[in-house]
Design a binder for this molecule. Structure first.
Ligand code: G1P
Ligand code: ZN
Length: 543
């Protein structure tokens, strides 16, 4: 067995986005495309010889092939040991946990998250560092730099071992540990949450529905919810991971998890409904008759986290991405802890978690997590909710109402315009940036603009500055609209418009969201000239 050096040419489009490199499968299938990017991951690091690397993916189409490449290339590049989930499968939070628990120097995670899978759909490769979290920008920039000049890659002249047999194997001189993807993760959840209390909740007749969306969390949910916690058989639906997610988008929102939503709004709804995405890091939370927005869920989880054993000591701080609503800010204020506002993407939370400045983090895009790993974690959010419900024994509706009566309510919505023309999207953003300086003082749809800026973030831990993270238009009275372009899409551009209005506890807490936000939506559309510039009169997805 030997290391082969293969000559290659750079591809110039391998810049990682919000969460790694994402392209369509046929794009990844171009000669040496995946190999180049994997080699760039190694070329951008040093000192990993002989050390451990975690490799796993969400099981989507093309996963097995690229897992094999990762193993053979790791061996050729001098990695000492690869830990890989059985069948090449690991949820993103489980991969993060494995990296941390095994002392690995990092991990390669193959996923395109909530994007669809299949021969013509999406694929992705992402590198996580030793803390278990997504590589920060300086690392992804270094990887991108390597992809632009790459001339060769290294690969072991040996097949990757059979990934379906748990146990110890070998690839060249490198050890390969094929592990149960669920076990360690389920054990971690059992440390954080009061499993006996949740078991008692289920035993009392509490009913739940968990939609795994034919994606990676099925086996995790079966093991944890049905086996360890005693939820009724059939609680987990779509629990078998499929390479194409059954032709669905594994995106836990009200569009793609509509069947779950309808069931939860129906006459015989279970007490609690939840879903997770392709790679298991997102969560959708729906109570009987009530959808909890991710921003509200973050705030409510933070306010009640002390009810779970893992957080009984209290929280060190809360972090949220800038477009996420300010609901969590009010909880942080009441708890007397720090609130950190970061750019979009989980990679910005890693430093805050490592420095002990935040315990719970969240994004409006159905991502919530904590210091237990360095990724957002769908099932973790579900289990924290279950722990809270097991202690409070209130309905979700009652918990939400009590929360708003204490903190006030942040009405919130995000409008997505998907696959629009890239030039039109860039021009729309440029136009907003051009107008920013003169907007303050203008009145639109009865709302006076107090300030407008392009969000930038100075990382308090490493001092790095991230600019151009989204245009914010702040209205007098605390309402706002935020505009940014997606960094995870694979066709054209996706414009995201985030709108928020704060209603104090003494105000009207029971408005329909669309009504509460009506003038803000109208003002946002007019200011950005959304219809004229995108040719769309309505968003594709409202969350
Ligand atoms: C989206 C979400 C963002 C999340 C990311 C990865 O990124 O908006 O919050 O961290 O997916 O799951 P975007 O497409 O907006 O760049
Ligand atoms: Zn995801």
């Amino acid at each position: 067995m030997a290391v082969i050096t293969v000559q290659t040419q750079p591809y110039l489009d391998q810049k990682p986005g919000t969460s790694g490199l994402r392209k369509k499968v046929p794009h990844f299938q171009q000669a040496n495309y995946a190999e180049n990017f994997i080699q760039a991951i190694f070329d951008a690091q040093s000192g990993f010889e002989g050390k451990t690397l975690v490799v796993g993916g969400d099981g989507r189409y093309h996963n097995r092939h690229v897992i094999g490449l990762c193993i053979r290339m790791a061996a050729a590049n001098g990695v000492g040991r690869v830990i890989v989930g059985k069948g090449g499968i690991l949820s993103t939070p489980a991969a993060s946990n494995l990296i941390r628990k095994s002392g690995a120097f990092g991990g390669i995670i193959l996923s395109a998250s909530h994007n669809p899978g299949g021969p013509t759909e999406d694929f992705g490769i992402k590198f996580n560092i030793a803390n278990g979290g997504p590589a920060p920008e300086k690392v992804t920039e270094a990887m991108y730099g390597k992809t632009r000049t790459i001339a060769r890659y290294l690969i072991e002249d040996a097949a990757a071992p059979d990934l379906d047999v748990i146990g110890k194997a070998q690839c060249g001189a490198m050890a390969v540990d094929i592990v149960d993807p669920v076990l360690l993760y389920a054990d971690l959840m059992e440390e954080l949450f009061d499993f006996p209390a949740i078991r008692a909740l289920f035993a009392s007749g509490f009913r739940m529905r968990f939609d795994a969306m034919s994606a990676v969390t099925g086996p995790y949910a079966h093991e944890i919810l049905e086996r360890r916690l005693g939820a009724a058989a059939g609680t987990v639906i779509n629990g078998t991971p499929l390479e194409d997610f059954g032709h669905h988008h594994p995106d836990p929102n009200l569009v793609h998890a509509k069947a779950l939503y309808d069931e939860m709004m129906g006459a015989n709804a279970p007490d609690f409904g939840a879903a997770s995405d392709g790679d298991g890091d997102r969560n959708l939370i729906i109570g009987k008759g009530i959808f909890i927005t991710p921003s509200d869920s973050l705030a409510m989880l933070a306010a009640n986290a002390h009810l779970a054993p893992g957080y009984a000591q209290g929280l060190a701080g809360i972090a949220r991405s800038m477009p996420t609503s300010g609901a969590a800010d009010r909880v942080a204020e009441k708890l007397g802890i720090g609130l950190h506002e970061t750019p979009t993407g989980w990679k910005f939370f890693g430093n805050l978690l490592d420095a002990g400045m935040a315990t719970i983090c969240g994004e409006e895009s159905a991502g919530t997590g904590s210091s237990h790993v360095r990724e957002k974690d769908g099932l973790w959010a579900v289990l924290l909710w279950l722990n809270i419900l097991a202690v409070r024994r209130d309905s979700m509706k009652a918990i939400a109402a009590a929360h708003w009566q204490t903190y006030g309510r942040n009405y919130y919505a995000r409008h997505d315009y998907e696959a629009i023309d890239t030039d039109a999207a860039n021009t729309l953003m440029a136009h907003l940036r051009d107008r920013m300086a003169t907007l303050p003082g203008e009145t639109v749809h009865g709302l006076t603009i107090a300030a407008a800026d392009d969000f930038e973030y100075l990382d308090p831990v490493d001092g790095s500055l991230s600019k151009n993270q989204g245009v914010r238009i702040l209205f007098a009275g605390g309402s706002r609209a935020v505009f940014r372009l997606s960094g995870t899409g694979t066709s054209g551009a996706t414009l995201r418009v985030y709108m928020e209005r704060y209603e104090p506890a003494s105000g009207n807490l029971a408005l329909e969201v669309a009504d509460a936000l009506g003038p803000i939506i109208a003002a946002a559309n007019d200011l950005a000239e959304v219809a004229a510039r995108t040719g769309r009169t309505a968003p594709d997805v409202i969350t």
